[in-house]
Design a binder for this molecule. Structure first.
Ligand code: PLP
Length: 495
């Protein structure tokens, strides 16, 4: 099975080439030529498999030019007990009948991005080997906080790779910033930019799209690739945990095999929720996807009206990993709800030129058939954190709280009691100050004191990798203007 561009002009390439390239030559995103479907009794078999076995099963359906042994190696190296704290990389916490919380943050950087970024370097280096690529791959990342650290951790000292991360100065949490600026490894670099996440993402995209840069890099034995969620190698490992969550619900006796579920996802770049959509297209029984946004509610408006309009104020919120106005992975969704690549290319051209586009009535209806949505500002986020602690004795981070709050309103409005999986995307300790505020306790100036007090308030243990950050030395303190990102990259590569 090959991969093609959402915009129709990128040709057709193998899975390994799609992972190496990251983005298509026509500016579109890689999608599988056709979406594989589970065999009739597959879900019944998956129910009894470990996380790693499920990962091998699902990945094999998509990465058709990888051998079974190659997939096995990638999976075994990624989902180690020592990295995720247990054999089960994504435990399901059942709070009540309709709230099944899929905890995706037990990996090395305490956010769900680890689920994909622990395996992406293995998928990528395997792809390089398969295609006889001798150049060094340079991973260029724009991050709103969590991707950067997870990518740095995943690629740290991986042979044949270098990685450079740009993040918005003052646009990430203190813990996130310290996580990135103290990163170890001889192949890593981190730089803050004066601007917001969209500036960082646009800057990275401009470097990717610059043929002159590609030529100059090539002359030095480098080529660029992406670890952002536009890379197919990021998306495919995320499909696994929705299948896993479903199986866990069956095993817990929460649902019977074949019964439909709802899925709520706190959404920014639309990668996580899109992975759930692929699981559904493969045959996972899903009733509704509920897309939750923070105050940057461009997706809520889009799902409600069919109009995508990024021309609006950008808010820096307590859930910074969702502070996004250009939701890149939505492009893949557009491919599935419209007539295909010509229409996607037209909509994307309009977005780039005018900052907005509008779906037809028919397209909007198709979107709304599957997707519900809602948004939640910082005030409601804090309230939800307090409410969940009171009702269930359970503490969530700000992003998960956005999802929980949107789900609470969805339940009230629709009375749809379909058993529901809520993606929990970060450890509460990653956003300690905001979480403590939500719990109604007092916040200290020093974020590391907050980690200690949050452990006491929540009854949870602070992840060691966060607790020990305090004494780590800052290695990367550079801040650049957004015009200077390419120069910073060249400096890192000694060019
Ligand atoms: C990245 C991130 C999100 C948003 O996920 P998308 O795939 O970009 O929609 C939500 N929560 C946390 C904690 C994240 O790190």
């Amino acid at each position: 099975m090959n991969y093609i561009s959402t915009r129709g002009q990128g040709g057709s390439v193998s899975a390994s080439k799609a992972i190496m390239q990251g983005i298509c030559s026509d500016g579109g995103l890689f999608i599988p030529e056709s979406i594989p479907v589970f065999e009739k009794d597959a879900l019944g078999k998956l129910v009894n498999m470990s996380y790693k076995e499920k990962a091998k099963y699902v990945l094999s359906m998509y990465l058709s030019d990888f051998t079974g042994q190659e997939i096995e190696n990638c999976v075994e190296n990624a989902y180690k007990e020592s990295s995720f704290g247990s054999e089960n990389s994504a435990p399901l916490k059942v709070l009540g009948n309709s709230r099944n919380v899929l905890e995706l943050w037990h990996g090395p950087t305490c956010a769900f991005k680890d689920m994909a970024l622990q395996i992406l370097p293995h998928l990528l280096t395997t792809s390089l080997r398969k295609n006889n690529e001798k150049r060094t791959v340079v991973i260029l990342v724009a991050t709103s906080g969590d991707t950067g650290k997870a990518a740095l951790e995943g690629f740290c000292d991986v042979d044949g790779t270098k990685i450079m991360v740009f993040y918005p100065n003052n646009g990430v949490s203190k813990i996130q910033q310290k996580q990135m600026t103290t990163q170890s490894g001889n192949n890593v670099n981190v730089c803050a930019i004066e601007g917001n996440f969209d500036d960082a993402q646009s800057g990275v995209k401009a470097i990717f799209g610059n043929a002159q840069v590609a030529k100059e890099l090539d002359a030095k034995g480098y080529f660029l690739s992406s670890a952002n969620s536009i890379n197919w190698g990021r998306l495919v490992p995320q499909i696994v945990y929705y299948v896993h969550a479903y199986c866990e619900m069956v095993n817990a006796g929460n649902i019977s095999l074949g019964e439909k579920i709802n899925i709520v996802v706190p959404t920014g770049n639309f990668g996580n929720i899109l992975a759930a959509y692929y699981a559904y297209r493969m045959g996972l029984p899903v009733n509704k996807f509920i897309c939750a946004s923070n105050a940057n509610k461009v997706l809520t408006d889009f799902i409600n009206t069919g109009v995508y309009d990024k021309r609006r104020e950008f808010y820096t919120t307590a859930s910074p990993s969702m502070d996004i106005l250009i939701s890149s992975n939505l492009e893949r969704m557009l491919y599935y709800i419209t007539d295909g690549s010509e229409r996607v290319a037209e909509l994307m051209a309009k977005l780039s030129k005018e900052g907005m586009y509008a779906l037809s009535g028919e397209e909007t209806a198709k979107l709304q058939e599957l997707f519900a949505c809602g948004c939640c500002d910082d005030e409601k986020t804090a309230k939800e954190i307090g409410a969940l602690k009171k009702e269930y004795g359970y503490t969530v981070d700000t992003h998960t709280a956005v999802a929980m709050s949107v789900y609470r309103e969805y339940l009230e409005k629709t009375k749809d009691e379909t058993p529901c999986v809520i993606a929990s995307t970060a450890s509460p300790f990653k956003f300690a100050a905001s979480v403590i505020e939500g719990l109604g306790e007092s916040v200290e100036e020093d974020e590391f004191e907050n980690l200690v007090s949050l452990a006491a308030y929540s009854g949870m243990e602070c992840p060691e990798q966060l607790a020990t950050l305090k004494n780590k030395e800052v290695r990367f303190s550079a801040v650049c203007q957004k015009e200077d990102m390419q120069a910073m990259l060249y400096r890192f590569l000694n060019m």
